[in-house]
Write a protein that binds this ligand. Structure first.
Ligand code: NDP
Length: 361
């Protein structure tokens, strides 16, 4: 990739501190997202004005939602503008502040975006930056994973929508990913029997051997639907949908009466999101929702903002009691962010995918 070679040839690993490396959205993708959809630029580091603080990115979260935000289909948040910096959730450190409520050295969570430096300005930021507690007893990365949007998504989807009862069967797609791996473990803690669907034998082994899933099915194997039948002899009471598409179509006929579907994501379709194209075909067996009196509910984690402390407390308790395992795939370098996003859709990650951009002072 021309921009990567250019960055590395110019600086090797050490970037000058006065440069703000940024990825701008060059063009809206019409298919699989890739480096060709971004422009790499280097700009001066901005200086904070009164009411602003300068945030340096430490970790950047790579999320399937990045691909949603690049398209201009109707959504829950405005699309990233063409020519604008790519939106991204991150953890950063305040390096200079002209705000009373933020001071240099503090660690903050927010939309650092795909760049080294962002200005924390509540009148400009789409989501205000939130300071982290001063003395964190967990690794920094957990604040973007199990204790961040990832873990909280699992928590609220299960507690408020799925409500699994003891002994019920919960099937989770993209089960070895960030959200899915937490969903399965919390459902286990709630007494459910958890079945994961993931894209490799190794991921399936991780789910059963390390995370306590009762069974796991590799959806890339030819006989995966027969494996799913064998793993769900009593049908499916909760289907946690991270992917939509063909896996959703296989889940629907296996649902029991009064089953619940948590519509968390549709990532198998994101790469076809394009406002100028016909929408993807819906599930062909949609009628199963009627026949089985199924509840299907979509949700967006931001809807639960006021209850974040509740989720964080519960997740922290499970973590410290050793009841919740959390895996992170941490990759190096902001300069490869576009490739990391593309690779995620090919299954590169186990658990939460994060880019390490820099170290805190
Ligand atoms: P993941 O960590 O699960 O990463 C994506 C994984 O999905 C890949 O590793 C890959 O694993 C799997 N995958 C990729 N393409 C397909 C496909 N076509 N069919 C099946 N699996 C596929 O990401 P997250 O945990 O961050 O997100 C999971 C879902 O949750 C997404 O849909 C996301 O948008 C949604 N989400 C929703 C939120 C909300 O508020 N509603 C909040 C956060 C996330 P494999 O090797 O198994 O294929």
């Amino acid at each position: 990739m021309a921009y990567t070679v250019g960055i590395q040839a110019a600086y090797g690993d050490a970037m000058p501190a006065h440069v703000n490396r940024r990825f701008l959205l060059k063009v809206r993708p019409t298919g699989q997202v890739g480096p060709e959809h971004f422009d790499y630029v280097e700009e001066d580091v901005p200086s904070p004005l009164p009411g602003q603080a300068l945030v340096r990115t430490i970790y950047l979260s790579v999320d399937p939602a990045n691909r949603i935000w690049m398209s201009d289909i109707p959504s829950y948040i405005p699309p990233v503008g063409v020519g604008k910096v790519m939106r991204g959730v991150g953890l950063g450190q305040i390096v200079a502040s002209e705000r009373d409520d933020l001071r240099a050295g503090q660690l903050v969570l927010g939309l650092t975006n795909w760049q080294d430096y962002e200005l924390a300005d509540d009148t400009l930021n789409e989501i205000p930056f939130t300071p982290l507690p001063e003395h964190l007893s967990v690794p920094l990365t957990h604040t973007l994973g199990v204790l961040g949007f990832t873990g909280m998504t699992a928590y609220f989807g299960l507690n408020d929508i799925a409500k699994p009862q003891s002994g019920e069967t919960v099937v989770v797609s993209a089960a070895a990913g960030a959200v899915g791996s937490i969903v399965g473990q919390i459902a286990n803690l709630q007494g459910a029997r958890t079945i994961g669907i993931a894209g490799s034998a190794e991921k399936c082994r991780w789910l059963t051997d390390e995370l306590g899933f009762a069974a796991a099915v590799n959806y890339k194997e030819d006989d995966w639907t027969r494996q799913l039948d064998a793993a769900t002899p009593s049908g499916v009471d909760v289907y946690w949908d991270n992917v939509g598409g063909a896996i959703l179509e296989e889940a629907l006929p296996r649902l029991n009466l009064e089953a619940r579907i948590v519509l968390c994501g549709l990532l198998s379709q994101y790469n076809s999101f394009n406002a100028d194209a016909p929408p993807p075909v819906g599930p062909r067996n949609f009628e199963q929702l009627l026949m089985k009196r199924v509840l299907l509910k979509g949700f967006i984690i931001f809807d639960f903002a006021r209850r974040f402390p509740e989720a964080q407390a519960a997740l922290a308790d499970w973590l410290s009691a050793g009841k919740l395992a959390h895996h992170e795939t941490v990759v190096e370098g902001l300069d490869r962010a576009p490739e990391h996003l593309s690779d995620m859709f090919a299954g590169s990650n186990v658990g939460k995918l994060l880019i390490h951009v820099g170290d805190p002072d």
